[in-house]
Design a protein around this ligand. Sequence first.
Ligand code: CAA
Length: 277
Amino acid sequence: MTQASNGPTVPPTEEELSRARLRLAVEGPVARITISRPERRNAMTGRTWTTLAHIGQTLPEDVRIVVISGEGDTFSAGIDLGMFSPEGVDGERSMVAGLADGTSTDAEVQDYIAGLQEGFLWLRRPDLVTVAAVRGHAIGAGFQLALSCDIRVLADDAQLCMKEPALGLVPDLTGTKPLVDIVGVNRAVEICLTARRVGAREAERLGLAELVVAPDELSGAVDDAVAALLATDREAATATKALLQQAAGNTLQQQAEAERGAQAGRLAALARGAAGH
Ligand code: CAA
């Protein structure tokens, strides 16, 4: 999940971003990614996610914070439903390409999905803090994208919905683990298998939103969060996120060991800094 050694080395061009319905603005330590297709409620295609992966692989090294939002008053209506038609969207490979006539194997489909999942996985990198700024609907892949971020700031009109089971599908864009980690298996089953909409206030109660604000306060609230995140030491922030990420899978003893290992590294770095080398 860190910078891939054999991946692209230059960021996507403006044309590539535009074909993927994305905008990217990097200013010093902050990268802002906007899903930009408001006329289709920011519906996304496979290209959106492979381009997201490309963005992650080529972020400048000094970027510490990534903010993801949707243009207009919707975060994202999820996958472009045209992706399930045999012809796909704008000539892009369809999700069901070759499945009806058996020319695509199960392994090929899984490889294809693995490539799409890369667009979501990098958002967990410990050297980054990722923030989803959610207005309106975050459906299916849109909800999973928000779940891939460390922090979700919701406008009070936000509605989260795991629509996939209602469409005969499963959530496969890396959203099931964070959902279960946050709300537990039982609530996750209820949310996914009813495909109901979870409003912003309920999301806050369930831990799916770190903050809920009025829609016109969303960008200011995100800016405040970004400023607070930037005020911490970068190396300490990276080490702390890595620690927190492993806590759930560790025993108390394993976590205590990980804490002292990380702290020894931090203390050595601080001592070297104080000694001027
Ligand atoms: N794909 C393609 N087009 C979409 C779209 C989508 N997911 N969502 C909205 N649009 C289009 C509509 O077709 C409509 O186009 P036209 O103007 O040409 O008619 C336009 O965007 C505006 O949509 P609405 O008029 O429906 O807008 P609304 O504000 O009334 O409703 C909405 C918004 C609740 C998001 C509604 O559009 C909706 O329910 N969309 C479908 C959501 C969906 O089922 N997404 C797939 C989830 S599954 C997934 O993402 C992951 C996976 O892999 C399976």
